[in-house]
Structures are given as structure tokens and as C-alpha cells.
Design a binder for this molecule. Structure first.
Ligand SMILES: NC(=O)c1ccc[n+]([C@@H]2O[C@H](COP(=O)([O-])OP(=O)(O)OC[C@H]3O[C@@H](n4cnc5c(N)ncnc54)[C@H](O)[C@@H]3O)[C@@H](O)[C@H]2O)c1
Length: 447
């Protein structure tokens, strides 16, 4: 017989989080820091080895500090499998990856495999929450049928992750939590649980609404950035600075809320538009605007490097081209290179230039990751400018906002270029040495 557990009393249940990546580990440590006992399950040995040394395999502000504390206090434990034996009801959170394959289709094998494992251990009254980003309908049509094999009265909800890397720990309590349930009871129980941490719970009609909301969040952001990048591309052709257009246009006029232009990538934005699109394939309807935005955000680099080629005097020696900021974003800081547009920059350079060496610099990203992406490695900013032909500020790392470019240009080759994908007021009216040009995306022709 099933009996409803009071999920606002943490003595009644234990939390098991499966997949200790960016989402699962941060969530585990967040719950554990609020004095909830959490067991994290992870199959990657490297992740587990790091954890056994109280280390996280990625950078997230305050995470390692809390990790050490929660392990010491006994609130966080980890294992390579889901233990069968238990005394209490459990809340299972599925937080494994849902990457896309080369054809742009989402790979569901990891969530399916976890659901299969859960079907062997589920008991009456357990709650399963899916947190990975999925195509609309996955919770009900793919995950539930697998869980049903347990033949238990369990609860099931889709509760998407909405935090931003670099701010995840803070946002886990400050952002509203969306909860869609397979039935009202499941939704109620999942909401009661999250009320331990979040002030605002957004209860939505069903699983599909919650799945759709997650995809809309990210596709909207991609679309908004694509629009800003389009304005930048247009302004590149005339004596107008797109940053002035966008920023000044917003003053006292709330009806426009255009983002600022710049490279857009990362583990979520690079794939979620495709996951949205896949959701609607069987209905033969395409999110054509969103797909075009994604394409444009990936392709925006070709125009830039074509233009830079017209400005560079080719020499007998190889061009030294340096990319500053290899992580997919610079602010908030991260060492995550998944979906980084540094890759597209590298491709565009190869397409437009012949005789060059391309270097990468990032004060957060590991040397091995920079090398893995095919860049030569530099670890000092001074070396990035020394004898360079093109220095590209790729991401919005705050350390690139106040560089002494007048001094650094002195180290560069004659007639070389500093190219900034992010506009910057600090770099207006620079007097650079060696006839170095400073050019910013969205204002190529501004005099
Ligand atoms: N990264 C983000 O900030 C973010 C934000 C919102 C949503 N999401 C979504 O959340 C999900 C997870 O993202 P992520 O960035 O944490 O992915 P990730 O790849 O960093 O982490 C997933 C982890 O799950 C582990 N894993 C896979 N199968 C397992 C199994 N059977 N048992 C135990 N562990 C297993 C992997 O080894 C990996 O460490 C994805 O669907 C993603 O789209 C991510």
C-alpha cells in the first residue's frame, strides 16, 4: 500500500542525484549545504576521483568550498551506483547529459539508461524528477514507460534546470522553480520539496509545458543574441556604432530590450534549438526563425575574418593570431569549453588565411583543453601581444575590459589588429603604437 510522504520534512526521505556534471554536482552541493542528506551517483571515474579529494572537475564559484564542507559534515556522499537497500523514501533526480549527435538529434541513451536502473530500485512513494533538457514529450513517452516497469506507485515530475554557469549556487534559490507533474499529486510533492529551497514555485499544467518552457528560455536567448548580431553586422558597413544604437535606444523606452552583440555558444544554447526543433518533427512544423538564429550565430565569424584579411598586409613569416578567451563565455567566469565559438573562429581563420599560427589564452581554462581544441597555448597576456598580427578578444572575460592596449600595442607587429567582439567604452579614442588598429564588432567603419 502506498502512503503519501510529507516532503517538506527532510527527515522523511533521502535525495539521490544521478549524474554529477555541471547540473547534478551543483544541485547536490546546494541541497547538501542546506543540510539535506544527498547521495550523488556518477559513473565517470575522473569525477569520482576528484570528489574523493574534495575537488570539483569544473570551476563554479563557491562550489569547492561548499563541497569540502558538506563532505566533512556528512551531508554529501557519492558512489558509482544507486544502492538498492534503503530505509526511507527517496527523491531521485536525473541530471545526466542529453547532447546532440552530428545530425543534430538529441541522444537519449543516458536518461534512458538511468530510468532503467531506477526501475530496478523504485519503491512505493519514491519521487523521480527529470532535470535534463529533453524534447517535448520525453518524460511521458520515453521515461515514464521505463519507470513503470518497476510496477510501483511512484511520483514523477519534470523540473528543469534554469541556472547560469558561474551563478548556479545563488540562482538555485533565487530563480523560480518550474514544476510539471505526471499528475497533480506528483506536482504537489515535487513543489513541496522545492519549497524547502525556493520562494517561488511555478506549477504548470503538465510535463510537456515544463519541458517546453525550458526550451523556450534558451531558444529565446539565442534568438535575441542573433538579432543583436544582425544589427552589428549591418552597422559594420556604415559609420554607426551598434552599441550606441542598442544602448541609447533602450533609454526610457522599455519596449525594446535588445541584447548586446557577441559570440553565442555553450553547452545549452548550441543544442537546445535543435532539441526544440526535433520535438516538432512529427507534427511537420519547424521553428524556422529559431533555427536561422542558431545558424547565424554559428556563421557570423566568416564575414569578420574576410574583412580582417583585407586589412592585414601578408608577410613572408607566418601570421601570429591569438584568441583571448577560449571558454564559451567570459562572464560569469567559467572553464567550460563545451560549445565554445572559439572553434568557429578557428575554422573561419583557416578558411580565410593561409600562413598562420593560432594561439589560445584563457586564465580559467586548463592548458590541456586549449591544446585539445587545436590552439597553441600561451599563459601570459604579454606574450599574447608580443609580435602578434591579430589579437582577438573572443569572450567577455572581465580581465579583457581594462587592458592597457596603448602599451600592449607597442609589443605588436606594425599594422597589426586588435579585434574585440565585445564593444567597450574604455577602448574609445585609443592612441595605439605601431599603427595598430583597434576594431570592434558592430562598428567596423566608425571613424
Ligand atoms: N550545464 C548547464 O548549465 C545546464 C543548464 C540547464 C540544463 N542543463 C541540462 O542538464 C543536463 C546535464 O547537463 P550537464 O552540463 O550537467 O552535463 P554533464 O555532461 O556535465 O554531466 C552529466 C554527468 O552524468 C554522468 N552520467 C551519465 N550517465 C550516467 C549514469 N548512467 N549514471 C551516473 N552518471 C552518469 C556523466 O558521466 C556526467 O558526469 C543536460 O540535459 C543539459 O542540457 C545544463
Amino acid at each position: 500500500m502506498s502512503k503519501k510522504i510529507n516532503y517538506s520534512n527532510f527527515n522523511n526521505f533521502e535525495i539521490v542525484i544521478i549524474g554529477l556534471g555541471y547540473v547534478g554536482l551543483t544541485l547536490s552541493i546546494f541541497f547538501a549545504s542546506k543540510k539535506f542528506k544527498v547521495l550523488g551517483v556518477e559513473k565517470n571515474r575522473n569525477v569520482l576521483q576528484n570528489l574523493s579529494k574534495c575537488k570539483s572537475h569544473f570551476y563554479e564559484p563557491n562550489l569547492e568550498n561548499l563541497l569540502k564542507k558538506t563532505i566533512d559534515q556528512g551531508y554529501f556522499e557519492f558512489s558509482n551506483k544507486i544502492p538498492v537497500k534503503k530505509n526511507k523514501s527517496r527523491i531521485y533526480v536525473i541530471a545526466v547529459g542529453t547532447p546532440i549527435d552530428k545530425k543534430g538529434n538529441v541522444r537519449n541513451e543516458m536518461i534512458k539508461s538511468v530510468a532503467k536502473q531506477l526501475s530496478n530500485v523504485l519503491e512505493n512513494d519514491d519521487l523521480v524528477m527529470l532535470r535534463s533538457t529533453v524534447t517535448v514529450g520525453t518524460s511521458k513517452n520515453i521515461i515514464k514507460p521505463i519507470l513503470d516497469k518497476a510496477n510501483k506507485k511512484y511520483y514523477f515530475a519534470f523540473c528543469p534546470e534554469r541556472t547560469m554557469e558561474g551563478k548556479a549556487i545563488d540562482e538555485l534559490s533565487s530563480l523560480p522553480q518550474i514544476v510539471g507533474g505526471i499528475d497533480q499529486e506528483s506536482q504537489q510533492i515535487a513543489s513541496e520539496f522545492f519549497l524547502n529551497f525556493n520562494e517561488i514555485i511555478i506549477k504548470v499544467s503538465n510535463l510537456e509545458t515544463a519541458e517546453m518552457m525550458k526550451l523556450v528560455d534558451n531558444t529565446y536567448r539565442d534568438l535575441n543574441f542573433a538579432y543583436a548580431n544582425e544589427i552589428a553586422r549591418l552597422c559594420n558597413e556604415i559609420n554607426v556604432d551598434c552599441h550606441e544604437v542598442i544602448k541609447m535606444g533602450k533609454i526610457g523606452y522599455k519596449r525594446t530590450n535588445v541584447s548586446l552583440p557577441g559570440p553565442v555558444g555553450g553547452p545549452c544554447l548550441e543544442k537546445d534549438t535543435f532539441i526544440l526543433s526535433e520535438s516538432f518533427k512529427k507534427y511537420r512544423v519547424k521553428p524556422s526563425l529559431s533555427l536561422l538564429a542558431r545558424k547565424n550565430n554559428q556563421k557570423m565569424f566568416d564575414d569578420v575574418f574576410k574583412y580582417l584579411k583585407t586589412l592585414i598586409t601578408l608577410k613572408k613569416t607566418k601570421l601570429k593570431i591569438v584568441v583571448l578567451g577560449i571558454a564559451f563565455k567570459g562572464s560569469p567566469s567559467t572553464n567550460d569549453i563545451r560549445g565554445t565559438t572559439a572553434i568557429h573562429i578557428k575554422k573561419s581563420i583557416s578558411k580565410n588565411f593561409e600562413n598562420f599560427i593560432i594561439y589560445g589564452y584563457d586564465d580559467y581554462v586548463d592548458k590541456k583543453d586549449i591544446l585539445l581544441l587545436g590552439f597553441k597555448y600561451l599563459n601570459k597576456l604579454n606574450d599574447c601581444f608580443k609580435n602578434s598580427d591579430i589579437v582577438i578578444m573572443h569572450n567577455n572575460n572581465t580581465n579583457f575590459r581594462n587592458l592597457n592596449l596603448e602599451q600592449l600595442s607597442n609589443k605588436m607587429r606594425k599594422n597589426s589588429i586588435i579585434y574585440n567582439f565585445w564593444g567597450n567604452e574604455n577602448y574609445k579614442n585609443l592612441v595605439l603604437k605601431n599603427n595598430v588598429k583597434y576594431i570592434s564588432f558592430g562598428s567596423h567603419k566608425v571613424k
